[in-house]
Write a protein that binds this ligand. Structure first.
Ligand SMILES: [Zn+2]
Length: 988
């Protein structure tokens, strides 16, 4: 094969273009952020030549290209060929260009492996190229710190040298020959080495070289194709799988480039897709993320209109129905619901398309809440491939039912090529066959082809591969098709699919629950503010007739949902992205706080008495849930020295803090029980080495837990302002930790000034509890996870997500640990020094990875954490109390809009309807995992109540059992059931 490969590389490849002519180039450097075409085209362009350097990091250079197409060149052979200075073959991770006509319409993009644009017919032409000097931030997978991810530190060295820009004449026969060779050559590497099929192919390839003249490739290419034809003619085996090949471009909303570059990436990718669609009538392209279509609509309305037509023609298929392909571990329940509400609404309003498949090929693990949310959004299928990245365990199914915490199921498929960036090459197809777990029972699989991550999408070479593999001996049958018909076929051929129940934990990227903590704080805080803003605006609208701020709320939601993208909220992008995310969260906080203040002023009226607004679902300090009333907050226990320990005690707990700043005793008076294992301290800060094998911002490696130390030598331990104040300080980092006892709950406050590099900070609570599982809050409920290491699955699950609380317990007794902003936790069983069984619950507070953002997590970080004995209902209440503290104001008490009779049924959202009809929407869920009965009473009048889906359309829920019009609704909720109620004509 050496002979064949050398001939291909050095004879056939260079002969794809048979002739080329120079063009006249002029250039204008923007020297800053991208500008619109109209602005660029009006600038003064300077002469420029091939071979010159261009592009400082993140800058844009516009090239004005003028040339002449010879009269005797065929239009479909004539192309503009551009090499912006590409290195390697990673489209989307380096320079890219957009080609425009002089009227500002887009022709196509220029990227590595797709570096050409069609030209008009013979005669003179003019095109403009908007070339983005996106620096290469990622030397493939070395994870070295780089200054290129922040414009402030990226320097001003030119990143690229223009290597080619010409009018070239392609030889279609040579090009087709090259595609033939690639198809067969790929098979050589995947077929059984001793098999006759491989021998047949090698023989044909050798024959091709024999019959071709190396000095006249153009003249003998047809002979070469003839030599290969028999090897391409053999059909696939009867038993072969059938791959529905769907064009795709995974476009990360931000990652190793900022959000603003993704706006251009989307335009470039769709331009490529529309060009390709003109060349193959069977080509179908699936694109998710309403946000990306919205960017296109705003930035390139002409291209968006072409996409709209392509959607109507069935060429472009909107999929997924989410605003962005978000992380699913960390977004709160309501936010994850809104990803679908805003996404699906966009697709319905702009295209009239109801998306049926949730589409998350690249997120870092999948919450057990998702099947119900997907169902409630009116979808029924789920697609991902990320579990193939598991370090240890292989998922047992490829096509299956995925069942969530409430029992909802979605038909799920993992494209068995285990990539969303396939080129339809033989190795991807071979993997498709080998890794498809339902083979035998099923034959249909999905294949996603097209350059992705940084976009780009499918190429004509990929379509050529698909064409040759329609029915080819040695690979599955490839059929261009669309996701919906694939799912319908795959579901129909597996009438009794296997079932995966619960979370799809990703055994990788566990550090994403902790990296870039400030963005996580922003997310949690924004989610709370959105709830408050909607609740009080809806209350003001219904009770006082105040106009509801629809636009401001939708805009805030869009901002927050974008920042939940699977490389932003997880903390795995360059510095630029995270700085912008923090600024966005701050801006949203300011805007929402103004809305909340204005709404509360309307709700609470003109009174002058101090009152507090409680946006939480449970009463707090005497203020009813969702109501406004005077607050009577419980007093904190006064700490006092007793010997060399500080004692905190109230009616429920007795606790002691020692000179190390740790709890050495916590006695639950009612249970007459010590919470801490004998000989072990609680509330211990632990510092670990955090030097992952790879994927720095993404990964925490279990072996780094072997290299940790407890922080037991504080600078000081004092009593200050009614709290115990523990201060740690070393090498520029300081941690101020306050400990209080309030109403039977130990409350920690942290102010960390963090200047570490590659360290992980945890807070540990060893507990004298014999637990076999930990319970963690997720969206609209909670899950239990084993905390032993009996199986490789249990062992690999060493860092897990929880939202506002975790709980460990024995039958009848447990301990709740709640937080205001932590997501990463680990809980393990073990034995205390005295040999007694115990459980250690830890929270991961901070990391300091150095790639891709070398300054990640530096600076100030506040945290609150609470600990108390209690059951899961107590944990739920504590979580909400930390998430939604009382907001003090002045005015008169106001009754809540709705009151729920059973604490198991939680109000998650109160808002006005998306259709702006003025209807009131209340979203509830059953939080205890039980079958619960509750009555929802309203303080307003209404004409009709309907159970709806997330899009507020009538649903088939059976939860509503009895209705007292205008006043009450009786519910029977199944475990963890999510329910949306829509009240028509709400009025005071
Ligand atoms: Zn991605």
């Amino acid at each position: 094969m050496l002979r064949v490969r050398r001939f291909t590389k050095f004879r056939i490849g260079p002969a794809v273009y048979r002739d080329s002519r120079p063009v006249e180039i002029r250039a204008w450097t923007v020297g800053g952020e991208p500008v619109p075409f109209e602005h660029a085209v009006a600038q003064r362009f300077e002469p420029f030549s091939v071979g010159e350097v261009w592009g400082r990091p993140w800058d844009t250079v516009w090239f004005d290209v003028r040339g002449d197409v010879p009269a005797d060149w065929e239009p479909d052979e004539t192309e503009l060929v551009v090499d912006l200075g590409f290195t390697g073959d990673q489209p989307g991770f380096q320079a890219e260009g957009t080609v425009y006509r002089p009227d500002g319409t887009i022709v196509k993009a220029i990227e590595p492996l797709n570096a050409w644009a069609p030209l008009p017919g013979p005669g003179p032409f003019r095109l403009l190229i908007e070339a983005a000097a996106n620096p290469i931030v990622q030397v493939p997978y070395e994870y070295e710190p780089t200054s290129l991810g922040d414009k402030a530190t990226a320097g001003d060295a030119f990143q690229y040298r223009l290597a080619e820009l010409s009018v070239s004449r392609r030889d279609p026969v040579v090009w087709e020959l090259l595609q033939d060779v690639r198809t067969l050559d790929g098979l050589v590497d995947v077929l059984p080495p001793d098999g006759s099929r491989r021998a047949e192919i090698v023989h044909a390839l050798e024959r091709m070289v024999d019959v071709m003249d190396p000095d006249d490739v153009h003249g003998t290419a047809a002979l070469g194709r003839e030599a290969l034809a028999p090897a391409l003619a053999g059909g696939a085996a009867d038993s072969s799988l059938i791959v529905t090949a769907v064009g795709h471009a995974h476009i990360d909303c931000a990652w190793l480039w900022p959000v603003r570059e993704t706006v251009r990436k989307v335009a470039r990718t769709f331009a490529n897709v529309l060009d390709l669609a003109d060349r193959d009538p069977d080509f179908v392209f699936a694109a998710s993320s309403a946000q990306q279509y919205a960017w296109l609509k705003e930035s390139r309305p002409d291209l968006f209109e072409r996409v709209r037509k392509a959607v109507a023609d069935g060429v472009v298929r909107p999929v997924g129905g989410m605003w962005v392909e978000s992380d699913t571990n960390m977004p709160g329940g309501e936010a994850l619901a809104r990803q679908f509400v805003l996404g699906k609404r966009f697709f319905l309003e702009e295209f009239g398309v109801e998306t049926e498949e949730a589409w998350l090929p690249d997120s870092f693990g999948y919450t057990a809440a998702l099947p119900q949310i997907v169902r409630a959004a009116g979808a029924r299928y789920f697609l991902t491939q990320k579990p193939s990245w598991n370090e240890v365990n292989r998922m047992p199914h490829s096509s299956f039912h995925w069942e969530g915490i409430d029992g909802s199921r979605v038909f799920t498929h993992f494209p068995p090529a285990e990539t969303y960036n396939s080129d339809l090459g033989a190795s991807d197809l071979a993997r498709t066959e080998s890794s498809f777990r339902q083979k035998g029972a099923a034959r249909h699989v999905l294949g996603l082809f097209g350059w992705g991550d940084g976009g780009g999408g499918p190429t004509r070479e990929m379509l050529a591969a698909a064409e040759r593999k329609k029915d080819l001996d040695g690979v599955p049958r490839v059929r261009l098709g669309d996701p919906r018909s694939f799912f319908a076929t795959a579901e129909a051929e597996l009438p009794e699919p296997p079932v995966w129940v619960g979370e799809m934990y990703l055994e990788l990227h566990r550090g994403t629950l902790t990296s870039q903590q400030r963005g996580k704080r922003g997310n949690r805080h924004s989610e709370a503010l959105l709830r408050e803003a909607e609740l009080w605006a809806a209350t003001a609208a219904v009770l006082r007739g105040t106009p509801y701020p629809y636009d401001a709320l939708e805009s805030a939601w869009r901002t927050v949902l974008l920042q939940q993208f699977h490389d932003i909220l997880p903390g795995t992008s360059i510095a630029w992205v995270h700085q912008e995310a923090e600024r966005d969260h701050e801006r949203v906080a300011t805007e929402l706080t103004e809305l909340i203040d204005a709404s509360l002023a309307a709700v609470a009226g003109d009174g002058d008495a101090p009152v507090a607004a409680n946006a939480g679902p449970y009463p707090q300090a005497g203020v009813p849930a969702l109501g406004v009333a005077p607050a009577t907050p419980p007093a904190a226990a006064r700490p006092r020295w007793h010997g060399d320990r500080i004692v905190l005690e109230d009616e429920q707990l007795y606790a002691e803090v020692d000179r190390r700043g740790t709890l050495v005793s916590v006695v639950d008076r009612a249970a007459d029980r010590e919470l801490l294992p004998r000989g072990l301290a609680g509330g211990v800060l632990q510092l670990f080495r955090d030097t992952p094998r790879e994927w720095d911002a993404w990964d925490i490696n279990d072996e780094d837990k072997r290299s940790g130390r407890d922080l037991l030598d504080p600078v000081s331990v004092d009593i200050a302002d009614g709290s115990v104040l523990v201060r740690h300080a070393w090498d520029g980092t300081s941690i101020d930790m306050t400990i209080r006892l309030v109403d039977g709950r130990i409350e920690y406050g942290f102010d960390v000034d963090w200047h570490e590099s590659q360290k992980l900070l945890k807070l540990a609570f060893p507990l004298d509890v014999r637990a076999d599982k930990a319970t963690s809050e997720i969206q609209f409920g909670h899950i239990h996870r084993p905390i032993h290491q009996n199986t490789s699955w249990d062992e690999a699950r060493f860092e897990t997500v929880a939202h506002r609380w975790i709980h460990v317990g024995e039958p009848g007794y447990g301990v709740a640990v709640a937080n205001d902003v932590v997501y990463g936790h680990d809980v393990r069983n073990g034995h205390a020094p005295d040999g007694k069984p115990m459980t250690t619950a830890r929270l991961s507070l901070l990391r300091a990875p150095r790639y891709p953002d070398p300054a990640a997590d530096q600076g100030r970080h506040p945290f609150t954490v609470s600990l108390r004995p209690g059951g899961i209902p107590d944990a739920i209440a504590d979580g909400y109390a930390q998430h939604l503290p009382l907001r003090t104001t002045r005015g008169t008490p106001t009754e809540p809009l709705v009151q729920v009779s059973d604490p198991a049924v939680v109000v998650e959202s109160v808002k006005l309807a998306e259709d702006r009809s003025g209807d009131l929407v209340v979203r509830l869920y059953e939080a205890h995992g039980n079958r619960s009965r509750a009555t929802v009473r309203t303080s307003f009048d209404w004409s009709e109540v309907t159970a709806t889906d997330l899009l507020e359309r009538p649903s088939d829920s059976e939860a509503v059992r009895d209705v007292s019009p205008g006043s009450a609704v009786d519910l029977v909720m199944r475990p963890f059931e999510l329910l949306t109620l829509r009240f028509r004509d709400p009025a005071a």
